[in-house]
Design a protein around this ligand. Sequence first.
Ligand SMILES: Cc1cc2nc3c(=O)[nH]c(=O)nc-3n(C[C@H](O)[C@H](O)[C@H](O)COP(=O)(O)O)c2cc1C
Length: 393
Amino acid sequence: MRLRDKKIIVGITGGIAVYKVAELVRLLKKEGMDVQVVMTESATRFVSPLTFETLSGREVLCEQFASTGGISHIELTDWADLMLIAPATANTIGKLASGIADNLLTTMVMACPKAVILAPAMNHRMYDNPIVRDNIKRLSELGHVFVGPEEGELACGWTGRGRLAEPARMVEAVKDVLTPKDLEGERLLVTAGPTREPIDPVRFVSNRSSGKMGYELAKEGRRRGAEVVLITGPTYLKPPYGVTTVMVSTAEEMYNAVMSYFPQSTIVVMASAVADYRPKLIYEEKIKKGESGLTLELERTVDILLELGRNKADKLLVGFALETDNLTENAKKKLREKNLDLIVANTPATMDSDSSSAIIIDSSLNIQTIGECTKEELSALILSRVVELKRRG
Ligand SMILES: Cc1cc2nc3c(=O)[nH]c(=O)nc-3n(C[C@H](O)[C@H](O)[C@H](O)COP(=O)(O)O)c2cc1C
């Protein structure tokens, strides 16, 4: 999902977590969004509007009755693609649930025809108050989207549920709301990352796959409304929000996990770099350093993609090919041999990188060349092709 050129109103209300919203505004700007900050009077007591003005590059609006340069609260809500209120205080949540519009922010929400996301943050006792819970329930039923609060240490020194959702999580919620749900009803299985084939208790054979491509595909699939299972080899990445994540280590474990989710999946994207070979013998003790060299005998692992291609029935199957030479020809060969619907071919430069260029080939051998882009953008392009193939039937 690209947020570039999308417009957002960030409403800030008076909670101690206001300082975290500076990071949120920075992240939204980094995504290329146009950000208009609106603060309640209480919010300005915590952090000066100057901070948000500097980060957003726009004048912060606070006053209901001040001139807004000729733009009314109605026009502003027309201008924006959505609103996000962070932190959302118990007070503002209560006002919104009761239809009170007594300051610029609550008036804007009242007039807003677009999606409204609320990120509550408060002491856990306030959050547990049945009135607050009822208000949140009412607003959810009316279509407002809630992100958080999370459990943990609260800024007021207590521990419990009431922490403002992390800024990255709020950005994800924005992407979620703005992404058309064209994979609703689909069950997407994605694999990611490398496998590790043990040599002895401390050593293994592996590769440079970071898992980033598969994780981006899983996130994009969920944003588009699919039910997503991510089967991942060892990576340093955070399990994506809202995705069933299964951690595996060896090719054999990946095979078993894939096979257990394969029957109920409708779309399968194999973006993992599964080892083709593994040591034939796994030493029980750590191999000691000797005077002479050491020869390891390797044996083939199971070819998961081939197995899936043979049994795919009406599932849509997408594979990846990483080639150092003859990229297009080798990718076409793999597409045929593995009975794939789509293959994404790229070069080793993609490994462990946040960006990639690629060639996407479908089973009619149509070739789509994609220049350097982020893996998030590439995942969106791949899943758009999947949607197109699904529609064609
Ligand atoms: C130091 C301090 C911290 C506060 N933190 C929170 C908070 O985290 N969440 C909350 O709902 N209210 C918090 N409040 C209470 C709100 O500031 C108060 O309800 C205020 O009326 C909210 O106004 P607003 O919703 O218009 O911004 C805090 C108050 C003070 C003085």
